[in-house]
Write a protein of this length. Sequence first.
Length: 336
Amino acid sequence: MHWIPSDDGSFGVVSRNIIRELQKRGTAIPWVGGVFAQLDGPDLPPGWRFLLFFVWELTAIHRGRFQRLENIHRIVGISRHVVQILERYGIEAVPGQLGVDVEQYRPLQHVKPAKPFTFGSVIAANSRSGLDVLLEGFKLAFGSSKDVLLRIKLYSRPEPKLVDYIHSYGIHVEVLDHFWDWTEDQMCEFYNSLNCFVYPTRTTAWGMPLSEACACEVPCIVTDYSAPPEFIDAEIGWLIPAREVEVDWDYCRKMHIEHGWVHHWPETGYVNGPPRWGEPDVEALAGLLQQAADHPEWAEQKGKLARRKMMEHYTWSHALDRILQAIELPEALNVA
């Protein structure tokens, strides 16, 4: 099997790891695979087929993407959440998963935090990721207390307007360098500097930083919506209640203009739209943050169980298993 490489951020991480696993196994089957970025599919030799590893977050798919889901022989949704979105359009897909390199992402005792109790997040400055929810929940839970610290690693470069917005909450916070400038070793050290990882996303197709934090024995507080509840539960973390709402484009635009947030989603043109996502309960988030900080022994216990779960069920080898199993399913599941 040939997998198309990608240099596109998270898609590149997925592609590199799938390619590495394929090379380990020497899998020889007439299929070409690719992540969402290769939507059109490659020119295939006679007899070969194309598998799309599909990524999408919102409940409605944009017309431009929907129309390009043709001439693809099999679709594997990156999560059950993604498969459920596709099913609304009558598109058959097989649920897959992402993985984590548990040898790269592991506990490092020499950088484990002492005090203050440290929360952290790898998060984008956009409405979907829930940076505003994170800051509001943290302020509600701890105010300006120095007994807890929030370390934020942004996907985008920390521009002054954005940093000013974060500090306007008056909380004990540290804003770190651009995410993609760091090596995997540096990311492993970042996760290990935390007692608890927090990601109050409004929707996500998976959430790789959650898996990486878990592999480092760091438990996660995450929204009980979209893909994360598929692999994060009360045994290894905490789930924030959420209610499904229509995407508020006016708010997205306002945050982009006033605070430098990224706003790249098209606002119109959705098939069976408008799109919806999950609005996390800020007060519930504050309560979970307080619970984690008040009971560090709970966080430690959940973290150990989280790593075990990643090792047993969520490595990249497990992710490739799901893709290969999808290929072996009956022809009835073919899209083309």
